[in-house]
Write a protein of this length. Structure first.
Length: 275
């Protein structure tokens, strides 16, 4: 097709001089689209073989357990457990890649049903608690029960990523707080921990795909390296953005800022009807 995509940049020099630059980014745009489609297709194609693998691994494990042959069991059980662990890792990665490419392909979210913030935070807290070692303490703070216009599934996946990160990286005995509060004319959803924190030099790059502060450690925690990239894209689709504030040893604060247009009061007639 003949449509071209141009990028304009205006630079101001002093009071009365302007420099206007136009760049034809059609080719770049097409390449980027091809990359997204490719990742989405590969991820999709990998799902079926991984499901088959994981199914057979499960069957073999049951078979080993029932065989009762000690020698056989000890020899293979460890190998099987590792294969299962790595298969699950690949499945998580493929699912995250697929989710991320879907979010990227369609940058505007279509789904705008009212999502009850209190329920959202409570659900994520419960999920995170079951994942935590038991030493970490969770709290939900919100003074008014508002509704957020968006996709429940996407918002849940974004908040879960932030809270699961706190569970994984903040440390054994930290406190994790999920908070909803007014922010200017809009509101913000915060996930805060008092754990190990992050060196500020890493902060600008945290939402890049596969960017990790400590590669070895992140792989061991079971993360896919795509968590914060997913958060960023979910927020973009909700006209929101992410701010990260952290210092080593002083915990981390992830703040999702939503504009007023995305809020609906809990007692709106329209929203009541959806209950
Ligand atoms: P993953 O967790 O899979 O590595 P993410 O994109 O979710 O990928 O996170 C990127 C990196 O940010 C993590 O590897 C970790 O180093 C750092 N990080 C995220 N959340 C926290 C946190 N609450 N405390 C300390 N470090 C964090």
């Amino acid at each position: 097709d003949e449509r071209r995509i141009l990028q304009f940049q205006i630079t101001l020099y002093g009071d009365d001089e302007r420099l206007l630059m136009a760049r034809d980014i059609t080719r770049l745009h097409r390449l980027e689209q091809m990359r997204r489609d490719f990742v989405a297709n590969v991820s999709h194609e990998l799902r079926t073989p991984l499901t088959v693998l994981s199914g057979y691994l499960e069957t073999y494990r049951d078979f080993l357990e029932q065989s009762g042959e000690e020698r056989l069991t000890s020899r293979f059980a460890r190998g099987l457990a590792q294969m299962q662990e790595q298969t699950t890792r690949m499945q998580n990665l493929v699912n995250d890649l697929l989710l991320l490419s879907r979010l990227e392909i369609d940058q505007r979210g279509e789904d705008t049903s009212p999502v009850a913030v209190d329920q959202l935070l409570e659900t994520v807290r419960r999920d995170a608690e079951s994942l935590s070692s038991g030493q970490q303490k969770f709290a939900v703070e919100l003074d008014s029960s508002q509704r957020l216009l968006g996709s429940e599934q996407e918002l849940r996946s974004a908040v879960s990523n932030l809270v699961f990160n706190a569970v994984r990286y903040a440390g054994e005995e930290c406190h994790i707080t999920l908070r909803w509060r007014p922010w200017g004319k809009g509101a913000c959803l915060e996930v805060e921990d008092d754990g190990e924190g992050i060196d500020p030099v890493h902060i600008p790059r945290l939402t890049e795909r596969f960017y990790r502060v400590d590669k070895g450690r992140s792989a061991a925690t079971g993360g896919t390296g795509l968590g914060l990239a997913i958060v960023k894209h979910v927020l973009l689709r909700h006209d929101a953005h992410l701010e990260i504030d952290s210092r080593p040893g002083e915990g981390a604060l992830f703040r999702c800022i939503f504009p007023a247009a995305r809020l609906a009061a809990a007692n709106d007639d329209h929203n009541e009807a959806q209950r």
